[in-house]
Ligand binder design. Structure first.
Ligand SMILES: CC(C)(COP(=O)(O)OP(=O)(O)OC[C@H]1O[C@@H](n2cnc3c(N)ncnc32)[C@H](O)[C@@H]1OP(=O)(O)O)[C@@H](O)C(=O)NCCC(=O)NCCS
Length: 183
């Protein structure tokens, strides 16, 4: 019981109720196939997201946690298997394309000191910003607190540990600039 108290010390009852409802809604509609699935998830996200300006194309089996802290612009796409945790707040611009099995998590576990265990500590919010016209390749990881500047391309399998530059193409672990997008 003491463990639960410590772990959820920063979580309000309203948030827990939202998380429960959100979990069930995504469970019900998250695997629905085809165009009908995409349309259904688009409608649902209009109610769950903090802000959503246009259509979002969410393929089946995408996990989104704390959607009410996620803001999204026009025409964004999220591919299968991607995990998005908006606990610390995520702002996405227009025409953001997210490949399959990408991890975008806006919370950090503090690691300094040996007690209490990392599992017991509350998560620290670290907002993530993804500007317009960003493409994130399959299996990439976007670390907490990162800003992906306008026009960034993140290569498949990259781990992005630093803010990117506008229209840069980054790849590798940790991600480095391999080139810039031409005019
Ligand atoms: C990042 C990316 C867009 C770069 O494309 P590109 O500019 O045509 O790059 P190139 O193929 O010319 O490669 C340039 C160099 O970067 C390296 N490179 C390219 N992509 C890389 C990646 N994802 N990770 C590590 N290195 C990579 C290449 O090996 C090459 O290195 P070299 O010069 O030493 O030979 C592309 O490789 C990529 O990863 N696309 C994502 C694909 C994907 O995930 N699709 C499904 C999701 S929708």
């Amino acid at each position: 019981m003491a463990f639960l108290k410590e772990k959820f010390s920063d979580v309000r009852i309203g948030s827990l109720i939202f998380l429960e409802i959100e979990g069930w809604i995504y469970w019900l509609f998250g695997s629905f196939p085809g165009a009908i699935g995409i349309i259904l998830r688009n409608i649902i996200c209009s109610f769950l997201f903090k802000k959503k300006e246009g259509m979002v194309w969410i393929q089946p089996r995408v996990t989104i946690i704390e959607s009410r802290k996620l803001q999204m612009g026009h025409n964004c796409g999220i591919n299968t298997g991607t995990y998005i945790n908006a606990k610390g707040g995520i702002i996405m611009g227009d025409y953001v394309l997210i490949g399959s099995n990408v991890t975008i998590s806006s919370g950090r576990h503090p690691i300094e000191g040996r007690s209490p265990s990392i599992f017991e500590r509350p998560t620290e919010p670290c907002p993530i910003v993804i500007e317009n016209d960003v493409w994130i390749g399959a299996n990439a990881v976007i670390m907490p607190g990162i800003t992906l500047k306008k026009g960034t391309v993140v290569g498949a399998g990259a781990i992005v540990t630093k803010d990117t530059e506008e229209y840069s193409v980054v790849a590798g672990v940790p991600a480095q600039i391999i080139r810039y997008r031409n005019e």
